[in-house]
Design a protein around this ligand. Structure first.
Ligand code: SF4
Length: 903
C-alpha cells in the first residue's frame, strides 16, 4: 500500500515522475507562527543531561507531558527564511516543527518539511534540527535518536481505540502523512497504538517533533516515540539494504564516490546483473508487520522464504573480487571504485561508515587489482617473448628488466595501526587470496623480538631498538677484533661480558637468536620466513613462531619482504623515511593503502613531536659536559665546537623549562613566581629567547646524525656505570661487613640498581640512621651532590650573599651546602670510639684542596688519593687486614652475647 497519495502537502509541492511527492519551499516569506516564544515540551539539549535518569533536567516524562498548544501547518506556515538566503545552515527550525516560531522570515533556520536532498546531505551525528544524535536510543525511546540505527518508524501511542482498525489507520495516516511520504502504517487497535514508517528518516524526525503530545480526531493526547527494530528477518534484510543504498547516495551526493564509471574486470557482472543476483527477495511495503509480535509475525514468516540473517560464505574464487560472502551493494561499489582508482594510478580517498566491512572490501578490491596487473604484465612479457625470437640477445636484456619491474609491481603495502594489523590479517585469511599471495606483517622490534632479556627491558620500543642495535654492533666489533691478537681477545671478552645480561651465551656474537653465520640459526630463520609467506600471520603469531624455532622473528619477517606481495606495517614504519630505509622497504611501484586514515594526522604529529623534561635535559647536559671534558684533547676542533654548541643548546632548553631561575630566558611568558604557563611560540622567537639564534641548528642536527653522539653518550654513561659497578664489586669482596653507598640523585640510583644498600644524599638514610660496626664497614660517596643551581631560593640566597659579603660568598655557601651533605652522609658508619670503617670518595674532585679542606679534619687528615681502582682496593684490603685481629675479637664477643654469656 502506497500512502504517498494520501499525504497532503502544502501549496507548492512538486510531483515527480514516479508519483512521489517532494515538498518544496513555497516562494513566499515564512509566517510568524506565534507572537510569544513558548516553552517546548520534551525538548532535548535544553538543560543538563542526567545520566541516572537518561533525560535532561526539567524534562517531563511522557506520562506527565502537557498537551501541545501549537501545531505546525505546512500549508500556511512554511516559507523562505534567512537560512534560505545565507546558506549558513541546512537545519530546520525546531520551533517551526512545533508550530511556535516567533521569528518567521527572520528565523536563521529553515521553515519547511524535509526533502530527499536533506536526507542525502544529512550528517550522521546531527538530526534534521541540528541536534546531536546519541550513540544509542534512550531507554524510553524518546528524544533525538541514535546515529547507529537508521530508524524511520515512529510509534504512536495512546490513540483512541473506539474506531475500527481501518478508521484508525486512516486517521493516523491523515495526521502523520502531512509531513512526507509514508511507506507503511500498522495499527494495533487492541493496544491503542500504531506504527508509521516514513520514506525518509528526516521526515520521521520532523514528524516526531511536530506530532509530540498532539491530538488526533478524538481529543486524545498521543505519545510519539521511536519504534524498536522490527525483529522480522525480512524487515531486517530490507532495512540493511535500504540503509546501504542511502549511504551510497549520501556519499555520491558529497562527491566521495565515482558512480558507474568503474572499469570492471572482464569477468565481472554488469551492475544490472549484480543487482539481480543481489536481490534478497521482494521488498515488502509492510515490513513493519511484526511490530507487536504475535500471530501475524509467525504466519508471515512461514509463508515467505526467510531472508538469512548472516551471509553464507561463497566458495573461493566464486566471486570476481574474491569476496568471501555475497557483498552488499556498498561493498561492491567500494571495491569497484578502488579498482578503478588503482587502474588510473590515482590517489583515492574512500569513506565508509563503521561496520560496513570496509577493511575486507579494501583488501579484496586492492588484491584483485594486483592479481590482474600481474597477469597483464605476464601477458606483456609473453608478447615480448614472441616478438623477440629474432633477436635473442635483446630479449634477454628486456626480460631481465621486465622481471625486475614485475617483482616490484607485485608489492602492495597495506597499512594499519599496530593493533589493527591482526584484524587485517584476519580479513585477508577469509579471502581467496590468502593462499595465492605472500603476506608479511612487519612489526617493530618491540613486537617481534624473541630475545626475552631485550624485549622485556624497561624503556619501551626505543630501548628495545637500542639494545638490539648495541648487540649487533658489539658482535660486529668482536668480529673485527678477532685476529688482532691480545687486543682482539680483550674486545671479545668485553662483548661476552656485555652480552651476558641480555641473554648472550658468552659466544661473543651479539644476540644469541640472531647469528647470520650459524647454520642452525640460519635454518631456523629460513623456516620462519617460509612460514610467514605460506599463510598470512599477524605479529603475535610470527613472534610465537620465532620463539618456537629459536631465532629472531624480526629479522625473519624482514627476510620475507622481497617475496611478499602484501606488506602490513604500522603507520610509523611507513611514514618515517629512515625506518623505511632500515627495513629495506621501497615504495616505488607500490600501492600504499592507509586504513583508518583519520589517524594519519595524529601519527604524523607524533612522529615529529618529542616531549623533553628538565630532568632528561639535566642528565644530557651533565653527560655531554663530562664527555667534552674527557675527550677534549681527542676531538677534532670542528667536532669540539659542535659539542660545545650542543651543550649550549641543551643548557638553554633546560633553562627554558625552569623560567623561575634568575636570569633564565622566559620563553613561556610566565612570571617569576614559578607558575606553569603554556604558550606556542615560533621557532625563531624561541631560539632568540633562548639566546641560541646565532647557532646553525641544521649543522648541529647533521652533526648529531653523522657522529651518532646520542649513542656515544649512552655508551659513555654505561661505561661510567660499568666502572662504578666494578669498583663496588671489588669493594664487596674486600669489605668484611655491610657497605652503604650514597648516590648523588634518584636518577643515578635507577641506573645503578643492584643489591647493595643504595641511598641518596639528603635522603632518609643520610641522617639519623646509624650503620655502626658490622652494619657499615664502608661508605661510598659517588660524586659531589651539588644542589640545582637554577633553584629560585638558592639563586636568591646566592645573590644576597654576594651583595652583602662580597662576590664569591654565594659560591662559598653553595659549595659548603654540598660538603655539609657529604659530611652528614659519610659520618653514618663510624659511630663510636671502637668503631671503624673505610670511606670511599669516588670523585676526582675530592682530591682538590678547596674540597678537601671542607671535609671534617679527622677525615681530611687521613685521606689517601688513589690513582687507580687497584691502588684503592689494595689500600682498603691492607686497612681491613690490620683490623683482622680486632675483627675476630668483635666476632667472638658478638657470638658470646648471642649465647647469653657474661663477658
Ligand atoms: S636480533 Fe632479534 S631477537 Fe635479537 S635482540 Fe634484536 S630483535 Fe631481538
Amino acid at each position: 500500500m502506497d500512502y504517498g497519495h494520501i499525504a497532503p502537502v502544502y501549496q507548492d509541492a512538486r510531483r515527480t515522475g514516479d508519483g512521489l511527492v517532494t515538498p518544496v519551499v513555497p516562494d513566499r516569506p515564512a509566517r510568524v507562527q506565534v507572537e510569544q516564544l513558548r516553552k517546548l515540551q520534551q525538548v532535548e539539549h535544553a538543560g543538563e543531561f542526567n545520566i541516572w535518569y537518561g533525560k535532561y533536567m526539567g524534562e517531563s516524562s511522557y506520562e506527565k507531558a502537557a498537551r501541545a498548544s501549537t501545531r505546525v501547518c505546512l500549508e500556511t506556515d512554511a516559507g523562505l527564511t534567512r537560512a534560505d538566503y545565507t546558506s549558513n545552515t541546512n537545519y530546520i527550525c525546531l520551533h517551526f516543527a512545533r508550530g511556535c516560531c516567533v521569528y518567521g522570515k527572520d528565523c536563521t533556520f529553515r521553515h519547511c518539511a524535509p526533502t530527499e536532498e536533506d536526507e542525502s546531505s544529512a550528517d550522521a551525528p546531527h538530526d534534521i534540527f541540528g541536534r546531536d544524535r546519541h550513540g544509542s536510543f534512550r531507554d524510553d525511546m524518546g528524544g533525538v535518536g541514535t546515529w547507529t540505527k537508521d530508524c524511520k518508524t515512529l510509534y504512536v501511542g495512546r490513540m483512541c481505540a473506539r474506531p475500527s482498525e481501518e478508521a484508525m489507520t486512516e486517521i493516523l495516516v491523515r495526521h502523520m502523512g502531512e509531513f512526507g511520504r509514508i511507506e507503511s502504517c500498522r495499527v494495533l487497535r487492541g493496544k491503542g497504538c500504531g506504527f508509521v514508517t516514513y520514506h525518509l528518516r528526516a521526515t520521521a524526525e520532523f514528524a516526531k517533533e511536530a506530532m509530540a503530545e498532539q491530538t488526533l480526531d478524538h481529543d486524545e493526547q498521543i505519545n510519539v516515540r521511536w519504534a524498536y527494530d522490527d525483529p522480522n528477518p525480512r524487515a531486517q534484510a530490507v532495512r540493511l539494504r535500504n540503509s546501504a543504498q542511502q549511504m551510497l547516495a549520501a556519499m555520491e551526493a558529497k562527491g566521495h564516490l565515482s558512480s558507474g564509471a568503474a572499469a570492471y574486470p572482464e569477468d565481472f557482472p554488469t551492475p544490472d546483473e549484480a543487482d539481480e543476483a543481489d536481490e534478497p527477495g521482494a521488498a515488502g511495503s509492510a515490513e513493519y508487520e511484526a511490530a507487536a509480535g504475535g500471530a501475524s509475525v509467525a504466519k508471515r514468516a512461514r509463508v515467505s522464504e526467510p531472508v538469512p540473517m548472516t551471509r553464507e560464505p561463497t566458495a573461493p574464487d566464486e566471486h570476481p573480487f574474491g569476496f568471501p560472502f555475497p557483498p552488499y551493494a556498498c561493498q561492491l561499489d567500494f571495491m569497484r571504485s578502488l579498482y578503478q582508482c588503482l587502474d588510473d594510478g590515482g590517489i583515492g580517498v574512500f569513506e565508509s561508515p563503521t561496520g560496513t566491512g570496509k577493511s575486507l572490501s579494501l583488501v579484496c578490491g586492492a588484491l584483485r587489482w594486483l592479481q590482474d596487473q600481474q597477469r597483464r604484465e605476464e601477458r606483456l612479457l609473453e608478447e615480448k617473448l614472441a616478438a623477440s625470437e629474432a633477436d635473442a640477445e635483446d630479449w634477454v636484456d628486456n626480460w631481465y628488466t621486465d622481471m625486475k619491474l614485475s617483482r616490484l609491481q607485485r608489492r602492495s603495502s597495506a597499512l594499519a595501526e599496530k593493533r589493527e594489523l591482526a584484524q587485517v590479517v584476519g580479513e585477508v585469511r577469509k579471502t581467496a587470496y590468502a593462499k595465492q599471495l605472500g603476506v608479511v606483517s612487519l612489526g617493530s622490534r618491540k613486537a617481534l623480538c624473541t630475545n626475552e632479556a631485550v624485549r622485556g627491558a624497561p624503556g619501551g620500543a626505543e630501548r628495545v631498538n637500542e639494545l638490539c642495535l648495541d648487540l649487533q654492533s658489539k658482535a660486529a666489533k668482536a668480529k673485527r677484533a678477532t685476529g688482532k691478537g691480545n687486543e682482539g681477545a680483550a674486545a671479545d671478552r668485553t662483548t661476552r661480558e656485555g652480552d651476558r645480561g641480555l641473554g648472550g651465551d658468552g659466544g661473543g656474537a651479539g644476540c644469541p637468536l640472531h647469528r647470520p653465520r650459524d647454520a642452525a640459526n640460519k635454518e631456523a630463520r629460513q623456516a620462519v620466513t617460509d612460514s610467514a609467506l605460506l599463510a598470512p600471520r599477524d605479529v603475535e603469531e610470527l613472534g610465537a613462531l620465532g620463539r618456537r624455532e629459536g631465532c629472531c622473528a624480526y629479522y625473519a619477517a624482514r627476510d620475507a619482504l622481497p617475496d611478499a606481495q602484501l606488506v602490513l606495517l604500522p603507520y610509523a614504519s611507513l611514514l618515517h623515511a629512515g625506518t623505511r630505509e632500515s627495513l629495506g622497504l621501497s615504495l616505488r611501484r607500490s600501492v600504499v593503502i592507509v586504513d583508518e586514515a583519520h589517524n594519519l594526522i595524529d601519527t604524523i604529529n607524533d612522529t615529529h613531536s618529542v616531549t623533553l623534561t628538565a630532568r632528561q635535559l639535566s642528565e644530557v647536559s651533565a653527560q655531554l659536559a663530562q664527555y667534552a671534558e674527557k675527550y677534549h684533547a681527542r676531538l677534532k676542533p670542528t667536532n669540539r665546537l659542535c659539542v660545545q654548541q650542543l651543550l649550549q643548546v641543551v643548557r638553554a632548553l633546560r633553562a627554558a623549562l625552569q623560567p623561575a631561575a634568575a636570569g633564565a630566558p622566559r620563553v613561556g611568558g610566565g612570571g617569576g613566581s614559578g607558575e606553569v604557563t603554556e604558550r606556542i611560540v615560533r621557532l625563531n622567537e624561541f631560539l632568540s629567547a633562548l639566546r641560541v639564534d646565532h647557532l646553525n641548528l641544521f649543522d648541529l642536527t647533521a652533526f648529531c646524525e653523522g657522529s651518532q653522539i646520542a649513542r656515544k653518550l649512552r655508551g659513555f654513561a654505561d661505561a661510567e656505570l660499568d666502572e662504578l659497578g666494578r669498583l663496588l664489586l671489588s669493594l664487596a669482596a674486600s669489605v668484611p661487613d655491610g657497605i652503604v653507598v650514597f648516590l648523588p640523585s634518584f636518577g643515578y640510583e635507577e641506573q645503578v640498581g643492584g643489591a647493595l644498600l643504595l641511598s641518596i644524599v639528603g635522603g632518609k638514610m643520610s641522617e639519623g640512621i646509624n650503620f655502626s660496626d658490622g652494619l657499615g664497614r664502608c661508605v661510598v660517596m659517588v660524586g659531589l651532590p651539588f644542589a640545582n643551581p637554577s633553584e629560585l631560593t638558592l639563586q636568591e640566597r646566592w645573590a644576597h650573599l654576594d651583595a652583602t659579603h662580597g662576590v664569591g660568598a654565594g659560591r662559598e655557601y653553595y659549595t659548603n651546602l654540598c660538603l655539609k651533605a657529604v659530611n652528614q652522609s659519610i659520618g653514618r658508619a663510624i659511630r663510636h670510639i671502637g668503631d671503624y670503617a673505610t670511606i670511599v670518595l669516588a670523585d676526582s674532585r675530592f682530591g682538590k684542596a678547596s674540597i678537601r679542606q671542607r671535609l671534617p679534619q679527622w677525615i681530611g687528615s687521613q685521606l689517601r688519593t688513589a690513582v687507580s681502582h687497584q691502588q684503592a682496593l689494595s689500600a682498603i684490603e691492607s686497612f681491613f687486614g690490620g683490623r683482622a685481629a680486632e675483627q675476630r675479637s668483635i666476632e667472638a664477643r658478638r657470638r658470646a652475647r648471642a649465647r647469653g654469656e657474661e663477658l
